[in-house]
Write a protein that binds this ligand. Sequence first.
Ligand SMILES: [Zn+2]
Ligand SMILES: [Zn+2]
Length: 77
Amino acid sequence: MPDLDIIPLDERCDFCRRKPATKLCDYPVGERASPHMVIKYGKRITCDAKMCDDCATSLGYEMDFCPKCMEELKNLK
Ligand SMILES: [Zn+2]
Ligand SMILES: [Zn+2]
């Protein structure tokens, strides 16, 4: 067996569920959040899905999107 068992579930990638998560999705969801959420966090809210290098799509500038948000981005076009 590979290291599957030694990686705690909450440290694994949300998408492949096999590799350790190394990135958080930077897709902004602030516009869809309620105003009081924005005030509560005091910053732009991002998707924050956990993902590994393989599942992340890098857009440069330290922006990484998860597969789910890439799908959403495609649907916007
Ligand atoms: Zn992954
Ligand atoms: Zn995302």
